[in-house]
Write a protein that binds this ligand. Sequence first.
Ligand code: FNR
Length: 383
Amino acid sequence: MPVITEIEDLRRLHRRRVPRMFYDYVDVGAWTGSTYRANRADFERILLRQRVARNIEARSLATTMLGQPVSMPLALAPVGLLGMQHPDGEILAARAAHSAGVPFTLSTMSMCSLEDVAAATGAPFWFQLYTLRDEEFLDNILDRARRAGVTALVLTLDLTIQGQRHKDLKNRMTAPPRLTLPNLIDIALHPRWALGMLGTRRRSFGNIVGHARGVDSLGDLMDWTARQFDQRLDWARVEQIIRKWGGPVILKGINDPEDARRALDTGCDAILVSNHGGRQLDGAPSTIRTLPAIRRAVGPELPLYLDSGVQSGQEALKAIARGANGVFVGRAFTYGLGAMGQKGVETALAILRREMDITMALCGVNDIKDFGPGCLWPNDRGN
Ligand code: FNR
């Protein structure tokens, strides 16, 4: 077992332990991957200020996200098919998030259902919704989310048509895996993963199969899903869904100041600045680059979160210094899940926490609430 000190160690282990098509599904961007790479590279250009002699003994990362106390300003982003990275992946990730004191967001496209996650964790969580066409399904899933104790809805706006990811097409990526010869060989090379999957008792795509009209098998699912992404989505529809839910809503997938300004008028509770981890519009700017203009567009009050590219505590702090109230991570915790299940997600969160804590201290700051633009070199503040 290698010594694990950084998220990159978990990524390497994930790559070894999970069939290639599922690893590739995570570690890929759309088309040329330029936005995917920029999401990481743009963080490197932003410089933190090194401050000394400031008594940093009484440090705290604790704050709130959507009014909910969190042990650090970080949440788990919705990631589809976690249950294919590790049996019961959604449940294990939710448990790890709960024990670390940070929010977990369940994807619409999860293997374990809302009910599975609620029963297995007994803790509140957030739920990500795609804006689907089937009104009956939409009403029903919002009801199920309420009954499962979901405390916030994360409404994703940047996937009404799917960006192309070459690797997924070349791997013929499906879940569960289509039994082609290359896939069978790949699975045979990962007996531990295959045995785990055989042992899992849960029904796949439990949020959808058996709940949407005419979707009683996994075979029906792909067709139904392809028909559901609602390309007619507009702001009136966003407002309608916010009203239907009636509870806290985070609008996810905004990466432009004009959209952010319009989002503010919907009465949403927060915006998650995101380019879907570089998986949708290739050629779009990184979120760390657009964030300051988005903060200016919405003013100082609205909670702004950022995802896409955050894989270290330093990056999380740079986002906070440029105007975010917290960050979401997708791949950083998914690598941990694929590498080592619940323990891997716990390790990823512990790494991110340690990096945030030490970096905040080296910037001469005691309390995360005081971490602001003054912690960056003047040219990097984006204002
Ligand atoms: C995602 N993301 C995503 N978003 C969403 O709203 N619903 C979903 O089902 C998924 N599924 C998904 C699968 C995989 C494998 C990845 C990597 C991402 C996007 C996700 O919520 C988040 O925006 C990005 O992952 C953030 O970028 P990083 O942290 O992965 O760089």
